[in-house]
Design a binder for this molecule. Structure first.
Ligand code: NAP
Ligand code: ZN
Length: 357
């Protein structure tokens, strides 16, 4: 075991603050990574504040962070794909059983024995530490099994690449699943961290992209990011112009909102996929789905092979997140700004700032 520096929340209403945690030494298949950048996902905020208590209650202290890019520091004796000095990445998962049908299919996100990167029972914790949970990327280092470590294309800036590990894969995966391609009309609701990645991907895949935003001030940015049209979703007339026309809508809104208003915009057999995860149930009109055989679905993160595919796609298309790089000491302020939709379009923590703690 060794000591690592981190930023942790001690409780649901306590600001994050500097903390010391223990990490395991790398075993034969493990990679120890010195973390360079970690993105701030809205899921970090939901969990730090225990907003998902009914589904996955938060265990404190909580060290969030699942958008991790860093430099390999040490590798175990059996590691073949990484060596010290390599740039490597870790996303939302750090383990799974590798034997179930989901793992065999490369869909580790559905494995019943999967381990999330933070706030999850840690099967690899030491016997002296029963009940320990995993600690995420708001830290100066992390130790992860090689199977859950990703390769980052060399042309991608590490600060902007970090958010690809959650915001990237969570939007890329359902777009691939639902066949977003040239000729499709695709909507993206909520221009935040996930939403802005969705716009970049849908544009790169050749779709006609329409952004739905509650922030009229984001219109120019939406177009710059790749949108063909921008709709202010609180304007019913603007919405009505797009009735019955979308093949696919990705909803990346972090708060409770009217999803029926978007379902009405789908064409026959159109699909809307939720990736945004508000804490309260959302109301859906059955008729909105029935009359046009529309469907509503959800999608969690993405499997490891597809995460690597997404990173390679980003390498080929030169896609990274638009980031505001902050020192870790500004994390609490960043959370407050997230709640005001005041981020362009992802905070990325420069972990070198943790040295000052
Ligand atoms: P974010 O950066 O805070 O973006 C959320 C966006 O939602 C905001 O920028 C805003 O966009 C819109 N919005 C906020 N409040 C709203 C309201 N009251 N009504 C309508 N729109 C509102 O969050 P994020 O990191 O992209 O995450 C988005 C959601 O996805 C979160 O709930 C997060 O937990 C979830 N998530 C899910 C997965 C998964 O696996 N499914 C993975 C990661 C994150 P506009 O200003 O454009 O309106
Ligand atoms: Zn996330």
């Amino acid at each position: 075991m060794y000591k690592a520096k981190a930023y942790a929340a001690a409780g649901a209403t306590t600001p994050l603050a500097a903390a010391t945690i223990t990490r395991r030494d790398p075993a034969e298949h493990d990679v120890q990574i010195e973390i360079l950048f970690c993105g701030i996902c809205h899921s970090d905020l939901h969990q730090v504040r225990n907003e998902w208590k009914d589904v996955m209650p938060t265990v404190y202290p909580c060290v969030p962070g699942h958008e991790i890019v860093g430099r390999v520091a040490r590798v175990g004796s059996a590691v073949t794909r990484f060596k010290p000095g390599d740039i490597a990445a870790v996303g939302c998962m750090v383990d799974s059983d590798r034997t179930c049908a989901e793992c065999q299919a490369g869909l580790e996100q559905f494995c019943p024995n999967m381990t999330l990167t933070y706030n999850f029972p840690d099967k690899r914790a030491s016997p002296e530490n029963p009940g320990a949970v995993t600690y995420g990327g708001y830290s100066d280092s992390i130790v992860v099994d090689e199977r859950f470590v990703l390769q980052v294309p060399r042309n991608l800036d590490p600060a902007g690449a970090a958010p690809l590990l959650c915001a990237g894969i969570t939007t890329y995966s359902p777009m691939r699943h639902w066949g977003v391609t040239k000729g499709k009309k695709v909507g993206v609701a909520g221009l935040g961290g996930l939403g802005h990645m969705a716009v970049k991907f849908a544009h790169a895949l050749g779709a006609h992209v329409v952004v739905f935003t509650t922030s009229p001030g984001k219109k120019d940015d939406a177009r710059r990011l790749g949108a063909d049209e921008v709709v202010v979703s609180r304007n019913a007339d603007e919405m009505q112009k797009h009735a019955d026309s979308f093949d696919f809508i990705l909803d990346a809104v972090a708060a409770n909102h009217d999803i029926d208003a978007f379902i009405q915009l789908l064409r026959r057999d159109g699909n809307m996929t939720l990736v945004g995860a508000p804490d309260k149930p959302l109301a859906v009109s059955g008729f909105g789905l029935i009359f046009k055989r529309r469907s509503l679905s959800g999608s969690p993160i993405g499997g490891i092979p597809q995460t690597q595919e997404m990173l390679n796609f980003c390498g080929e298309h030169n896609i990274i997140a638009d980031v505001e790089v902050i020192p870790v000491q500004k994390v609490n302020e960043a959370y407050d700004r997230l709640l005001k939709s005041d981020v362009k379009y992802r905070f990325s923590i420069d972990m070198a700032s943790l040295k000052a703690e």
